[in-house]
Design a protein around this ligand. Structure first.
Ligand SMILES: *[C@@H]1O[C@H](CO)[C@@H](O)[C@H](O)[C@H]1NC(C)=O
Ligand SMILES: *[C@@H]1O[C@H](CO)[C@@H](O)[C@H](O)[C@H]1NC(C)=O
Ligand SMILES: *[C@@H]1O[C@H](CO)[C@@H](O)[C@H](O)[C@H]1NC(C)=O
Ligand SMILES: *[C@@H]1O[C@H](CO)[C@@H](O)[C@H](O)[C@H]1NC(C)=O
Ligand SMILES: *[C@@H]1O[C@H](CO)[C@@H](O)[C@H](O)[C@H]1NC(C)=O
Ligand SMILES: *[C@@H]1O[C@H](CO)[C@@H](O)[C@H](O)[C@H]1NC(C)=O
Length: 393
């Protein structure tokens, strides 16, 4: 086919020009990408090979930044891909959206405008566990909210959660289904995309249309990637660069959690009639006062939560510690400890300054808690004293 010859010729010419001009070989290893041999190859395979080639080339984008031969080859293969493959139904259903946009973007088409400044004020919201909510305006709540609820809703995306009763508990529920819907916004920013996670299954590594991104490969407007695919605690990150937003979806055991950080302007309530958990908090009737829980194997819960260490080596503090103890007393399900750590990692990642680093849980002031808890209490006081002395001296 012509395309291979064309790309090779462009490459050779530029290689020659560069060799003559600079005498220093430019370290762009574009030969490591195999240009598909398209002779008597069915179109499906051609598209697949071309796709592999384009991805391989994209992976070199940093090293080859100044290499015009490389950029010509990428442009030619993108437009070839668009011509040959995106009209093909099977393929386009699977993989085309990202490529047709990629191809457009290398063609001086309109590019997606950045709508919010990364440096302006952002707000953080998270939901996990029994469910525990940290709202955009910094309220901490524990809620019943059985069934389907809106977590975030704005003109660009929406997040829905479904909470189900926890086994062996009459009142407690936990998130078992999460849906993130990206609303279509200018073809160059994103088409409509949906991401759906269910507690009973591993997190999907793609959006429902099979894609993992939108926009140019070098600076995608939407991208989905793993932060951790440890089967004990897997996290997917969805970045929406055009609106300066990051969403993480985590699955620990069969429970899900979600965190998001977005520009202040997108955190207001856009529909006054609705309850949107991150903006309005849980309705009063759905809130639970965790201090009024029936104390049940408190020492065991305290010990497990205090002794647990998260994937980043941190111990739980603040509300995350209280919530861990509460969940352990309610459910005795150790997965909730890991869920607390996953949520804590999100806070450390998104909003560490919101933490006060309190290491004594509210339950430790309960007069009924016995030796173990008091031991920990004393140890904490001891450490606090040392820190105070250290600062004083
Ligand atoms: C779609 O893309 C994925 C990931 O790049 C690839 O593994 C898969 O084979 C592609 N689908 C088809 C039908 O070519
Ligand atoms: C629920 O209770 C049953 C019977 O008491 C017990 O066998 C089971 O392990 C409990 N499940 C969980 C998740 O605690
Ligand atoms: C891609 O398309 C093929 C054939 O149409 C289908 O079998 C496969 O499940 C699709 N893959 C994804 C990720 O949608
Ligand atoms: C919690 O996480 C740790 C470390 O990742 C793992 O060893 C443990 O099995 C997990 N516990 C549960 C109940 O999933
Ligand atoms: C608590 O710890 C976090 C992370 O180490 C830190 O960013 C934050 O400033 C600390 N908060 C206080 C009140 O010291
Ligand atoms: C403390 O224990 C006593 C007796 O065991 C019980 O009656 C009381 O309700 C407990 N108090 C709390 C706050 O759990």
């Amino acid at each position: 086919m012509l395309v291979s010859n064309l790309i090779r010729r462009v490459g050779t010419v530029w290689a020659a020009v560069i060799a003559v001009c600079t005498c220093v070989p430019v370290p762009c290893p574009q030969d490591t990408c195999m240009l598909p041999n398209s002779k008597d190859n069915p179109r499906d395979n051609q598209c697949r090979d071309l796709d592999v080639y384009i991805k391989c080339m994209k992976s070199l984008s940093k090293k080859c930044r100044g290499d015009i031969g490389y950029h010509s080859a990428v442009t030619v293969s993108n437009s070839e891909f668009k011509k040959l493959c995106t009209s093909h139904d099977d393929f386009s259903r699977n993989n085309s959206s990202e490529h047709s946009q990629m191809a457009q973007s290398t063609h001086n088409g309109p590019s997606c405008p950045l709508l919010f400044d990364d440096k302006k004020e952002h707000r953080f919201c998270g939901l996990f566990g029994d469910p525990h909510l940290r709202t955009f305006d910094g309220k901490y709540q524990t809620c019943r909210i059985h069934g389907a609820w809106q977590v975030i809703e704005n003109p660009f995306f929406g997040i829905m959660v479904t909470n189900e009763a926890i086994v062996n508990s009459t009142t407690a529920t936990a998130p078992t289904k999460l849906t993130v819907i990206l609303k279509a916004h200018k073809p160059e920013c994103t088409l409509q995309k949906m991401y759906e996670a269910q507690g009973d299954f591993q997190l999907p590594s793609v959006f429902e249309d099979g894609s993992t991104s939108s926009g140019p490969a070098i600076s995608p407007t939407v991208s989905l990637s793993w932060r951790s695919n440890d089967p004990n605690s897997e996290t997917v990150i969805i970045r929406l660069s055009y609106i300066s937003t990051i969403i993480t979806v985590t699955r620990v055991g069969k429970y899900l959690s979600i965190s998001a950080k977005l520009p202040d302007q997108l955190t207001q309530l856009f529909n006054q009639d609705k309850n949107v958990l991150c903006s309005t908090g849980c309705p009063h009737s759905e809130q639970i006062n965790i201090k009024q829980v029936a104390i049940n194997e408190l020492d065991r819960a305290l010990t497990s939560c205090h002794n647990s260490v998260g994937p980043t080596g941190h111990k739980l503090t603040d509300q995350y510690l209280d919530w861990c103890v509460f969940d352990m007393m309610i459910s005795h399900d150790e997965q909730f400890i890991n869920a607390s750590h996953a949520a804590y990692s999100d806070v450390l990642f998104f909003e560490p300054r919101s933490l006060f680093n309190r290491t004594i849980s509210i339950f430790e002031y309960n007069p009924n808690s016995t030796a173990g808890a008091n031991g920990i209490h004393r140890l904490n006081l001891f450490i606090l004293t040392i820190i105070t002395l250290y600062n004083f001296l």
